[in-house]
Design a protein. Structure first.
Ligand code: SAM
Length: 212
């Protein structure tokens, strides 16, 4: 059976609905969703980040239960990783894994009460339907050190529909970001094909760029 959480998660409309949704989904996220769907996006983002030279400290944006930090550790990243997410229940799961130095409960669409100290910002699965749009990008740039490396996934379904393409082009034209590069990846592995044909073929753009 596909985890019934995915379809509903992608149809959420607004931050309150999203927050309420993850309150319940947190307990089933790793075992009921990520494992059964062979969720590969965190590993793709981690690999893209590692390919850039991977400096810390890193902020994992919409960190959830910590799957991206787990992939970074498995790939040998030894630097500091902090987590930001607005769901207390998801962060509680992440905290239990002992992967993060600091965990911040924060809405990333608002100015973040975090120091400008990050040499890297990474994110998987947060910029997708029913979740976060390009309006969060300025808050993230505000906590990035000059030259900080970003590796953020954006689901292909929302890339144009929510204006991510235009937002990245505008930030580049304004000189706020440099070295923009896009790698397209599969979100799920083959196990998803029979479990959830509607989403099994989902693709995401892993967007690599540097803060100016
Ligand atoms: C699909 S999960 C991805 C979690 C993790 N990065 C992964 O790949 O497994 C999306 C996460 O984004 C968080 N999120 C959604 N909207 C947010 C917002 N406005 N501010 C902070 N976190 C948000 C949710 O709480 C959830 O943990």
């Amino acid at each position: 059976m596909p985890d019934p959480g995915l379809k509903a998660a992608l149809e959420l409309n607004g931050p309150e609905a999203c927050l309420a949704y993850y309150r319940d989904w947190a307990a089933r996220y790793d075992g009921g969703f990520a494992e059964t769907m062979d969720y590969r996006l965190p590993a793709h983002v981690a690999a893209a980040y590692m390919s850039t030279g991977a400096q810390g400290p890193v902020l994992d944006v919409g960190a959830g239960t910590g799957l991206l930090a787990q992939s970074l550790r498995e790939m040998g990243f030894a630097g500091e990783i902090d987590a930001a997410d607005f769901s207390a229940e998801m962060l509680e799961r992440a905290a239990g894994k002992g992967l993060y130095t600091h965990l911040a409960q924060a809405d990333i669409t608002r100015p973040l009460a975090l120091p400008r100290r990050y040499a890297g910002l990474v994110s998987s699965g947060t910029f997708t339907a029913g979740h976060v749009g390009p309006e969060a990008l300025p808050s993230l740039l505000d906590v990035a050190l000059p030259g900080a490396q970003f590796a953020l996934s954006v689901n292909r379904r929302v890339w144009t529909a929510q204006g991510f393409d235009r937002a990245f082009d505008a930030l580049a034209a304004q000189g706020r970001i440099t070295a923009l590069q896009i790698i397209e990846v599969q979100v799920y592995g083959p196990a998803a094909t029979t479990l959830d044909p509607d989403h099994a073929a989902d693709r995401a753009q892993v967007v690599l760029f540097r803060a100016a």
